[in-house]
Write a protein that binds this ligand. Structure first.
Ligand code: ASP
Length: 314
């Protein structure tokens, strides 16, 4: 029997379709992430990812094995074709599991991982345009509204794992790490409970270690309730303490293959691949502080593809 998978954003659909019949749990998650890393039309992950303030594409990725709690991550790494492969490889070691910048690149080269110049003309042009619009580099803030691909998997035997990959916020400072490579923030997996992952403004996600908190709550709550609780509480906390909270969306999958998703945005798309159903695109909403889910309509799916062709969607 196949694995149950859930992934952030509609951009994961092609990868989820590619791995629908893959039985190896780690392979299904890693290959689904790689599919997005390799697609230059998606501007927030891997090849074609939107650059940092200096025009460089710096990537973050992480992998966690819920059986062993093994964890590996790379941060702010350039010229790596598939950062998720480096994260997975690092998770197999006992020490030095999280590497950033030059160290991460050296590790990848020593391990024979493929390199690539991830700067794509489409993303470079967006960077040029943004720089022209705001010439004062110091006053330019990293843009919100970015997307990380996060894939969670649960095997029929009750093992879970998580993989995430992102180019981080557009126009971020060089060397900036988001939530994605930070254990418990961008993702967490524990086969005793389940796996969770987050996308949105990393600086706000990491303040609540949201993935770890969802996995902790899933020990007693359904994935859906855990996701809604954590997004609602953390958003309220940041609004109360700081006056604002960036966009946050989360997904979760327990070891029985039940899943959940929640957002503090109007709409967040995600993809679910259940063994007998195949990949389906869903939408999570937050309206008037009420959370809801629906299957994406044909109309929504067509509009989405039009946005990607026009270079405005992800
Ligand atoms: N969480 C990512 C970051 O802050 C971006 C995103 O998922 O939108 O780097």
């Amino acid at each position: 029997m196949c694995n149950t998978l859930i992934a952030t954003w509609r951009m994961a659909l092609e990868g989820m379709t590619e791995v629908a019949s893959e039985t190896n749990l780690h392979q299904s998650v890693i290959r689904a992430v790689m599919n997005v890393e390799n697609n230059p039309l998606y501007h927030s992950v891997g090849y074609g990812g939107l650059p940092n303030i200096d025009g460089e594409v710096e990537l973050d990725a992480a992998f966690m094995d819920g059986d062993t709690l093994d964890y590996g991550a790379v941060g702010a790494v350039r010229y790596l074709k598939n950062p998720i492969l480096a994260a997975w490889a690092l998770s197999r070691y006992q020490r030095s599991n999280v590497l950033a910048g030059e160290g991460a690149l050296t590790f990848a080269i020593q391990n024979g991982l493929a390199l690539r110049d991830n700067r794509h003309p489409l993303a470079h042009n967006k960077w040029l345009l943004a720089r022209q619009q705001k010439r004062d580099k110091e006053r330019q803030e990293a843009y919100d509204g970015h997307d990380t691909v996060c894939v969670l998997g649960a095997s029929p035997g009750g093992s879970v794992c998580a993989g995430v990959s992102t180019s981080g916020l557009f126009l971020k400072r060089a060397g900036r790490l988001g939530d994605s490579p930070l254990i418990g923030s961008g993702c967490y997996a524990d086969s005793a409970s389940g796996a969770a992952a987050a996308t949105g403004v990393g600086e706000d996600i990491m303040k609540g270690c949201l993935s770890w908190e969802i996995v902790r709550q899933m020990a007693t709550l359904s994935p859906q309730l855990a996701c809604e609780n954590v997004v609602r509480q953390h958003t309220a906390t940041l609004r109360q303490r700081k006056g604002e909270c960036g966009s946050i969306s989360v997904i979760a999958l327990n070891q029985a293959g039940q899943w959940g998703a929640a957002t503090n945005k109007e709409t967040f798309s995600f993809v679910v691949n259940e063994p007998d159903k195949g990949p389906q695109v869903w939408l999570a909403h937050c309206r008037d502080q009420q959370h809801s889910l629906e299957i994406a309509s044909e109309c929504w799916l067509v509009d989405y593809l039009a946005g990607v062709s026009a270079g405005t969607g992800n």
